[in-house]
Design a protein around this ligand. Structure first.
Ligand code: HEC
Ligand code: HEC
Ligand code: HEC
Ligand code: HEC
Ligand code: HEC
Length: 402
């Protein structure tokens, strides 16, 4: 999303942690240091490190951590510097470099990924820049490496101590902390600060707070429990049909068993958010469409019979206002109550739930291209095509009516 810079993070974590009573002070202290944006350059690696241990490239980590690498490379985090972002950055890095740096704090968080660095009032070329890292999105090192030291979760048995001298382990072993198991770990990029960009009194990005207010927080179910099952680096979300289905309970009912021609059929389609740990969907960018229509014996849709209900938070493309917010809080339901006169025999009601994960971006990229995307145009075209291709169905059913 293109966001005003003041939303972009500097205050995010400090304030976030202020509101997060969860966990010990030690965890909060760790996270405050770990996610202070923008991240500091790693500096020179320890002399003992081999080139493989010194490398910040996910491919290097992947030579020894192949399972995490295989998952990560297919994830949205690996794709966080895709054409939608880069197409906007081409011009922004020259025209409005501070905003561009703000985008990079979430989309390419390592200091080494940024061509520029802000110093006081000035923006200068970044001496630590490594151009080959930019396309790696949110890389392993963005979450796991600071000053060339590895940080990670406790072992699965909960233990933290190394057991053997750390110097005998690759990359001098790892500092283990339970902070990696907490929702707060994800908040630095998935939650705006209280003074961040808001519309209609609601922050544009509010995922952590939505989770915090839910029964999942009370029951101790963290972001990682749903998005990194068995510690896998999947982060599946609104772009994945199975993930979306896993969070919902969808039912369809035809009211009466049979209707006679001329009767008014009463069909209901109901979607309940049963295992989504925040608003469904959490961002302003997706849209979910519940629909019902009549089809005849030949499978033809009856003109004028379609009715829809939209679940989402729709905002203007320039983010100047919110049109509506029909997202489901955890536990909430939406019902499409379909009433339609059955015109003849052999009729069925066709019900569907379709997810458009990038609905906002379709309009946004179209507008950007119309206004002129400059040298970013080829990438924005690519991003627009991908956004147009993204809708998928999570539920389809036909109920016989007559
Ligand atoms: C030369 C092989 C090698 C490379 C390259 C390597 N690692 Fe490791 N890593 C290991 C080994 C072996 C361990 C287990 C150490 C231990 O038990 O304390 C480990 C442990 C870890 C852990 C803790 C994992 C656990 O089991 O709890 C993390 C996190 C980690 N590495 C991240 C990284 C990242 C990120 C990179 C790339 C920037 C990287 N490693 C590169 C070999 C490697
Ligand atoms: C606070 C963290 C944060 C900042 C700062 C941020 N984004 Fe994002 N961005 C996200 C998250 C999380 C998503 C995924 C959710 C969504 O699609 O809204 C995302 C999604 C996107 C997408 C759609 C996915 C894609 O890769 O095509 C684009 C484009 C994008 N951001 C561009 C930008 C631009 C340009 C800026 C700076 C003006 C920016 N973002 C600043 C967190 C951030
Ligand atoms: C967005 C942040 C993030 C990124 C990017 C990331 N990790 Fe992790 N990683 C985590 C978190 C959080 C955990 C702990 C997950 C849990 O316990 O549920 C973890 C756990 C691990 C573990 C321990 C796994 C285990 O079974 O105990 C290893 C090893 C690891 N990561 C390596 C990597 C490598 C290699 C990459 C890149 C290919 C990578 N990570 C990318 C956040 C990240
Ligand atoms: C350094 C910033 C950063 C951190 C830390 C981070 N994320 Fe993300 N995350 C992003 C960005 C940026 C995107 C959007 C990528 C894109 O499509 O361009 C994203 C995308 C996602 C998505 C997919 C959204 C979709 O469109 O379906 C999920 C799920 C997610 N993150 C969960 C997590 C969880 C869970 C954690 C904590 C373990 C976490 N993230 C930590 C920056 C971050
Ligand atoms: C109880 C399970 C659960 C928990 C806990 C949970 N999520 Fe999700 N999350 C889901 C499901 C299911 C989806 C797919 C439906 C959707 O997009 O809302 C999802 C989608 C997402 C998306 C996709 C974007 C969007 O607009 O919906 C992001 C980003 C995300 N989660 C981040 C997080 C973060 C960050 C946390 C912790 C603060 C978290 N999730 C906690 C289940 C969970």
């Amino acid at each position: 999303m293109r966001l005003p810079l003041r939303t972009a993070g500097a205050a995010t974590l400090a304030v976030l942690l202020g509101t997060a009573a969860v966990g010990a002070d030690a965890i909060q202290d760790f996270l405050r240091r770990h996610w202070r944006p923008p991240l500091a350059p790693q500096g020179p690696p320890p002399a003992r490190f081999s080139p493989l241990e010194a490398s910040l490239h996910p491919e290097a980590c992947g030579t020894c951590h192949s399972a995490q690498f295989a998952d990560w490379r297919e994830s949205t985090h690996a794709a966080a510097t895709g054409p939608g972002l880069e197409g906007q950055l081409v011009e922004m890095l020259e025209g409005d470099p501070r905003s561009a740096l703000g985008c990079l704090t979430c989309h390419a968080p390592l200091a080494e990924q940024s061509p520029l660095v802000a110093e006081g009032n000035e923006v200068r070329p970044n001496p630590a820049h490594d151009g080959s890292l930019r396309a790696k999105g949110v890389p392993c090192a963005g979450c796991h490496v600071r000053g060339h030291q590895r940080f990670g979760p406790p072992r699965r048995d909960g233990s933290i101590a190394s057991g053997v001298p750390r110097q005998t382990l690759p990359h001098d072993g790892v500092t283990r902390t339970p902070a990696f198991l907490k929702s707060e770990f994800c908040g630095s990029c998935h939650q705006f600060a209280p003074d961040g960009f808001a519309l209609n009194g609601k922050l544009l990005e509010n995922t952590y707070n939505e989770w915090k207010a839910s029964r999942f927080a009370r029951e101790g179910v963290q972001c990682q429990d749903c998005h990194m099952p068995e510690r896998r680096h999947l982060w599946r979300g609104i772009h994945d049909a199975d993930m979306v289905r896993s969070g919902l309970t969808i039912t369809a009912a035809a009211g009466a068993a049979r209707y006679r021609p001329g009767d008014v059929a009463a069909v209901t389609l109901r979607v309940t958010s049963t295992r989504v740990g925040h608003a469904f969907p959490t961002y302003v960018t997706p849209r979910v469409v519940l629909s019902a229509e009549l089809v005849d014996g030949a499978g033809q849709v009856l003109a004028g019979s379609r009715q829809e209900k939209i679940v989402g938070r729709e905002v203007a493309l320039d983010l100047s206002r919110e049109a509506f917010d029909t997202r489901l809080r955890p536990g909430q339901s939406v019902t499409l109550a379909y009433r339609m006169k059955v015109p003849g025999p052999g009729m069925r009601a066709r019900l569907a739930v379709v997810v458009e994960p990038d609905a906002f971006y379709v309009g946004f990229f179209e507008t950007l291209l119309r206004q002129g995307a400059g040298r970013g145009e080829p990438q924005i075209r690519k991003a627009l095509e991908a956004a147009r291709r993204s809708p998928f169905s999570v539920f389809e059913r036909e109920l016989p009516l007559s």
